[in-house]
Design a binder for this molecule. Structure first.
Ligand SMILES: [Zn+2]
Length: 427
């Protein structure tokens, strides 16, 4: 006897009329038209059943703090960092936990069940680290939360000096933070940035941890930290365990140089996270016209065989005033900014918020196959492209075989002579 049988589902790979059988917390079979007794049967009505959304780049310690203590006037990354510096002394653990848990509620409702969040480790009290470790423990039944030790003020540049910053970072890792972060473009010089990349990669290699660095988040065409990150990754044999986040300078780099850089990144199996909502708003702020878009070269990276995910980065914080945990909104923006409008490219954008970030996080048991965790989202759309077009309603969200969020099907009632009584925006 099955615990759950989902019938008549479309899958992201294009198969339709599919059944997904669940026993306990696991998927036991995926095939067409399965008939088998089950405690619960869900008719998907031809809608898309997707593995859950995954966000490979977020800042949960800052989320939902918009307007505290004031709003970012210039809209730049640097004013956002300064604003965060003003907010940090005012943070309390309780408020931080409360805001993070509220965001996780939104995430679950949007079918976002795995998040990698950077956590600022510059405060020697490590208040945000303690708070997010507590959040990780509390949400573990429904969200896989992965923490990155993020030295927001730079390891060499920060006011407490390099030794203190490294010590804070090591303490955070000792406390259970999973991944080593960094911010080389915020160090004082290109040389200091390169030193920080080396130090942090060596620390991760020593401890057998993954690396995820904010890297070259600027419009500077000469920023080269991703080259250093690729070099250190292959030197230390950390292939496939290192991620470069943002890489916005690649947008502005010389094309010849990029033709040399892409194979180096592929050789190191570097993984990439672009953050389209944030990149399109923070980058190009010093331009008049034409204004650069600032997002890294997503189609070219994918064509080079490099794994690319789209991250949300910010929701209602010093850097970004909008957002709701909706990874389809993130992918929708990435699709537009990257001009990824072919059918194949739009499907790649859907992968960039599902399977690709799952690889970056190293999630076990992710996917819609026998043996995987019974985690999935039923979307009110018939395929990934329609899901992107509609930022589709999440009808049901399942975690380990249990429905943890649901929403009524949405349709607008029409009162028009001679026209249908309602529309669900499906052609
Ligand atoms: Zn970030």
């Amino acid at each position: 006897m099955l615990d759950l049988l989902v019938q008549n589902a479309a899958l992201p790979d294009g198969r339709t009329g599919m059944s997904v059988a669940v026993r306990g917390e696991k998927i036991v079979e995926v095939c067409a038209g399965l008939q088998s007794p089950a405690h619960q049967v869900l008719d998907a009505q031809g809608y898309l059943l997707s593995p859950p959304f995954v966000d490979a780049h977020f800042h949960m310690d800052a989320t939902l703090s918009y307007g505290l203590p004031r709003v970012n006037q210039s809209g730049t990354l640097l004013e956002g960092i300064a604003l965060w510096g003003e907010l940090k002394p005012l943070l309390t653990q309780e408020a931080l936990i409360e805001r993070a848990l509220a965001y996780c509620d939104w995430a679950v409702a949007k079918g976002l069940l795995a998040i990698r969040t950077h956590v600022d480790v510059c405060d020697p009290r490590l208040l945000a680290v303690e708070a997010l470790l507590e959040v990780k423990r509390q949400v573990a039944p429904y969200i896989d939360l992965q923490l990155v030790a993020f030295p927001q003020n730079g390891v060499l540049r920060g006011a407490q000096g390099p030794q203190q910053h490294i010590n804070n970072l090591k303490r955070a890792l000792d406390m259970g933070v999973d991944v080593v972060g960094g911010i080389p473009h915020f160090e004082r010089t290109m040389a200091d940035g390169a030193i920080s990349v080396r130090l942090l990669c060596e620390l991760a290699a020593e401890r057998g941890l993954r690396v995820d660095m904010h890297c070259d988040e600027s419009d500077d065409p000469h920023s080269r930290h991703v080259e250093t990150l690729a070099f250190e990754t292959q030197r230390l044999g950390m292939h496939g365990r290192v991620t470069g986040s943002h890489l916005t300078s690649m947008h502005s780099m010389d094309n010849y140089y990029v033709s040399k850089l892409l194979p180096l990144m592929a050789e190191a199996q570097l993984q990439v996270v672009a953050n389209p909502l944030i990149n399109i708003t923070l980058q190009g702020r010093h331009d008049t016209y034409p204004k650069r878009r600032g997002m890294t070269r997503v189609p070219e990276l994918l064509a080079a065989g490099i794994n690319v995910a789209f991250g949300h980065d910010c929701v209602m914080d010093p850097w970004y005033s909008l957002g709701s945990g909706d990874m389809l909104e993130v992918a929708h923006m990435g699709l537009h900014v990257g001009q990824m409008t072919s059918q194949a490219a739009m499907r790649q954008c859907f992968d960039a918020v599902t399977v690709n970030p799952a690889r970056i996080l190293g999630l076990g048991g992710y996917g819609l196959e026998a043996g995987c965790n019974a985690d999935f989202v039923l979307l009110q759309a018939r395929d990934p492209v329609e899901a992107l077009r509609l930022r589709a309603n999440r009808l049901q969200v399942f975690r380990k075989g249990t429905c943890i969020a649901s929403a009524p099907a949405c349709a607008s009632t029409l009162r028009l002579p001679g026209r249908p009584a309602s529309t669900g925006f499906m052609a």
